[in-house]
Design a protein around this ligand. Structure first.
Ligand code: PEP
Ligand code: MN
Length: 459
């Protein structure tokens, strides 16, 4: 990474336009610019080492290019909002384990490599529909994720505190350290991952997935019998990604790489722009257009084909496969109606993006008890709609983006081993959106694997 002098680095930042966003309209930001800790915190973040390295970011972009070409599939999953307290060894290993289990099943279904990415090690800031939250007589700033403020409903906790960005950085560093250890240290061995999945399919509620699990087991035995070198299957790459929301943080972690002389946002391998901050002339799109990382944009049901094309022109002017991922989150009732025009528009433009479904954010409902939840069947219906639309238009359904955890929480309703509303009182843990629990996550992977197999069959 860069060994440039500060003055030279600053000059390059100006050349690359890394601070243009400061002149533009920006939504969903903390109000901490006048805070006495603001400037020292930014200075400290500027001096900290990168969390990810430019070479890894480039490798991920190349793998995403394979997804754009229809030769690999992308799995992205993790918490809606990570928490500092939740960054424990048990919870991180549970999430990594679940992602690896899902990836093994998807690899089999797709007969393709699966690019794995956690919504992990940096997913600490949240856009909100309202700046303020009222409970009874009291109105306070909304919770915006732990790099901005605290969840407790007190004036102290809800105050925007720039120093929280440092805790976000250090928590991301320790999470990433564990992810690297787990994925490189033997934990990711495909044979153990398959054995864990047998635990899932041995549950009579999941009997319908047993056949697929048996087929994977046979494939592994076949490889072993052929003398395949399993050492290659003992380690894997698990990339990190989060919503690039708080631009003070993203800008402070952006570095000019000494090898390529180009800017990389080193807070994560992949950054995405949320549905609420994708305005074409706004700060988030401008800032992310300047960094070399692969970029995602969430597209909700109001997106037009023109919007999508304008985003491509701004974020991927060189039409570089792997650079841009569109993460559609239309809702089960809208996907079949809204997605085709967007895909056709992008096809007419001759652009190659990665198409990913986020079947979570268009399917959030509130139940009378006050909890936000999602029905497993709605989630699956959106996934099915996504596959149908891409199948009909000849585009490649490149991946799935889910909010999930490795724990046995009760936050989303349904699944074969169904979660009911009565269980929320004891096992609803998310501070933000409801996540699929361990079993629901695996079930999605088995179902998507079946679609992918079907797709292969029709080729
Ligand atoms: C999210 O991914 O948690 C999120 C807020 O998504 P969206 O921008 O699609 O609403
Ligand atoms: Mn969410």
């Amino acid at each position: 990474m860069s060994t440039e002098t500060t003055a030279a680095t600053n000059a390059k930042a100006i050349d690359y336009g890394l601070d243009n966003w400061r002149k533009l309209h920006i939504d969903q930001q903390p109000t901490w610019a006048e805070h006495p800790d603001y400037a020292p915190t930014i200075a400290e973040l500027n001096a900290l080492p990168p969390l990810v390295f430019a070479g890894e970011v480039d490798a991920m972009r190349s793998q995403l290019a394979e997804v754009a070409e229809g030769n690999a599939f992308l799995l992205q999953g993790g918490d809606c909002a990570e928490t500092f307290e939740g960054a424990t060894a048990d919870k991180i290993s549970g999430r990594v384990k679940t992602l690896l289990q899902m990836a093994a099943v998807l690899t089999y279904g797709a007969s393709m490599p699966v690019v794995k990415m956690g919504r992990m090690a940096g997913q600490f800031s949240k856009p909100r529909s309202s700046d303020m939250e009222t409970r009874g007589e009291v109105t306070l700033p909304s919770f915006r994720g732990e790099t901005v403020n605290g969840y407790d409903f007190t004036p102290e906790a809800r105050a925007h505190d720039p120093k929280r960005m440092l805790r976000g950085y250090h928590t991301s560093a320790s999470t990433l350290n564990l992810i690297r250890a787990f994925t490189k240290g033997g934990f990711a061995d495909l044979r153990s991952v398959h054995a864990w999945n047998r635990g899932f399919t041995d549950n009579p509620n999941h009997a319908r997935y047993e056949q697929t699990a048996r087929e994977i087991g046979r494939a592994l035995k076949f490889m072993e019998a052929c003398g395949v070198d399993f050492s290659a299957l003992k380690t894997t790459d698990l990339y990190t990604g989060h919503e690039a929301l708080v631009l003070d943080y993203e800008r402070a972690l952006t570095r000019i790489d000494s090898r390529t002389d180009l800017p990389y946002d080193t807070s994560a391998h992949f950054l995405w722009i949320g549905e609420r901050t994708r305005g074409l002339e706004d700060a988030h799109v401008d800032f992310l257009s300047k960094v070399r990382n692969p970029i995602g944009v969430k597209l909700g049901p109001t997106t037009t084909a023109e919007d999508a094309i304008a985003l491509i022109n701004k974020l991927d002017p060189n039409r570089e496969p792997g650079r841009l991922t569109f993460i559609t989150r239309m809702g089960a009732g809208m996907i079949r109606e809204k997605l085709p025009a967007i895909v056709e528009g992008v096809q007419r433009e001759g652009a190659k993006v990665v198409w990913v479904t986020d079947p979570m954010h268009g399917n959030t409902i509130s139940v009378p008890s006050g909890y936000k939840t999602r029905r497993f069947n709605d989630v699956m219906d959106e996934v099915r709609g996504f596959f149908e639309v891409h199948e009909a238009l000849g585009s490649f359904p490149g991946g799935i983006h889910v909010e999930m955890t490795g724990d046995d929480v009760a936050e989303c309703l349904g699944g074969s081993d169904p979660v009911n509303e009565e269980e929320f009182a004891d096992r609803y843990e998310s501070l933000c959106d409801p996540r699929l629990n361990h079993a629901q996550s695996l079930e999605i992977a088995f179902l998507v694997s079946e679609y992918l197999k079907g797709r292969r069959g029709t080729k």
